[in-house]
Design a protein around this ligand. Structure first.
Ligand SMILES: [Fe+2]
Ligand SMILES: [Fe+2]
Length: 383
């Protein structure tokens, strides 16, 4: 846990749990190759990481120094072009769409498709909305939003409109439409801002505000060190107690509270984490679930007691308990394991399944594997 190392020919990749110290891609011709490597989907392309170009001699010395790290010995350009072939996308999609596969493997396949991107990946992810698992379906919508591919708009709009889909799934579809931020969906999002399901209505209200904010602030810099597409831009200012006050103020507009939340996340550190953890006891279910999500991104151990307490509150909304479970999985300390194990038979299917996925995240964080989205390696093993 903490730092993960991948040594490829000519490149050293470093990943950090939680907030990275820096994210850099070196300029020059190597940049093109690096982009090819990242866009080829072999690496978790939106993961914060440091990339160091170095000579073959240096990488072989480093391989010796980091015997526990993964390293490619084959020519990685050949590896990437093989991996990005269309039949590969289809094979990963087969894992995602087959309910016979364990849920954690389907999640990893989903995140691999998200990284691969393209029309076929969008189409395959979109086919999953008939699944039994609300947890999987909400994650499909989340990934489509993170891909920001306008080709996902029709399927996401259909899910948002469908009262037969669970609130958690419809919420994520609305949020994904806000992430894609095509002004053509504004009318739909405004319409569902009045939805009787409060989580859906609040999501659409925030999505409308986000799209309007982007229209008013074109080209605003994105200083999000986590590289996720967030439902609201961070607030300006770095005063933790002022941001905490806005975060916890029930009279404040939800969009502004979200902005304070993302500003606190970007600042990072124990004080910001504790301010955010206080948010688990305030506001609407939607607000509390977003706090859980943000704490999962930060991967800071100071959040464990608050997250565990929220997971253990049976009267809490399952959507909130789900985010807290997955956050504990990515923080991946021993006490997280115990809490997640204790809820593997939870009465609530979404919580039960979240604990299963979270324990897989825990296993990944405590392994030497470089990336969670390892669908390409999985299908290579199968073929
Ligand atoms: Fe969500
Ligand atoms: Fe979620």
């Amino acid at each position: 846990m903490g730092r993960k190392v991948l040594i490829c020919r000519h490149f050293l990749f470093l990943r950090h749990s939680g907030r990275p110290p820096d994210t850099r891609v070196f300029p020059g011709p190597q940049n093109t190759i690096t982009k090819k490597l990242l866009l080829g989907g072999a690496l978790y392309s939106s993961a914060p990481m440091l990339i160091f170009p170095c000579s073959e001699i240096v990488t072989s010395c480093l391989s010796a120094r980091f015997p526990s790290s993964q390293s490619f010995t084959q020519d990685w350009v050949t590896y990437i072009s093989k991996m990005a072939a269309p039949c590969v996308v289809h094979s990963v999609g087969t894992i995602l769409l087959d309910p016979g596969h364990p849920l954690p493997a389907r999640f990893r396949a989903l995140f691999t498709l998200r990284n691969l991107g393209g029309a076929e990946a969008v189409e395959l992810i979109g086919r999953g909305f008939g699944d039994e698992s609300a947890l999987l379906k909400h994650e499909l919508a989340y990934c489509l939003g993170q891909m920001r591919d306008p080709r996902a708009i029709p399927v996401l709009s259909a899910v948002l409109r469908d009262p037969g889909q669970e609130p958690m799934v419809r919420h994520e579809a609305g949020e994904a439409l806000g992430a894609i931020a095509d002004p053509e969906v504004l009318a739909l999002l405004k319409e569902y801002s009045q939805d009787p399901v409060i989580e859906v209505a609040e999501t659409c209200q925030i999505a409308v505000r986000r799209i309007e904010w982007l229209q008013q602030n074109p080209g605003a810099p994105d200083n999000n060190p986590y590289l996720s597409v967030d439902p609201a831009p961070p607030a300006e200012g770095a005063n933790i107690s002022a941001l905490r006050a806005t975060l916890l103020d029930d009279s404040c507009a939800l969009f502004e509270r979200y902005r304070a939340m993302f500003a606190l996340r970007n600042i990072g550190g124990r004080e910001a984490v504790l301010a955010l953890t206080d948010g688990l006891q305030f506001g609407s279910s939607l607000f509390r679930h977003e706090i859980g999500y943000v704490l999962g991104q930060m991967q800071h151990e100071a959040a464990i007691p608050g997250l565990a307490a929220a997971l253990e509150r049976f009267e809490e909304n399952p959507m909130v308990r789900h985010e807290c479970a997955e956050a504990l999985g990515s923080i991946a300390q021993e006490e997280c394991f115990k809490v997640l194990q204790a809820h593997m038979s939870d009465e609530e299917p979404v919580v039960r399944e979240s604990c299963e996925v979270a324990l897989d995240m825990y296993a990944y964080e405590n392994s030497n594997a470089f990336q969670y989205a390892d669908g390409l390696d999985q299908i290579q093993k199968c073929t």
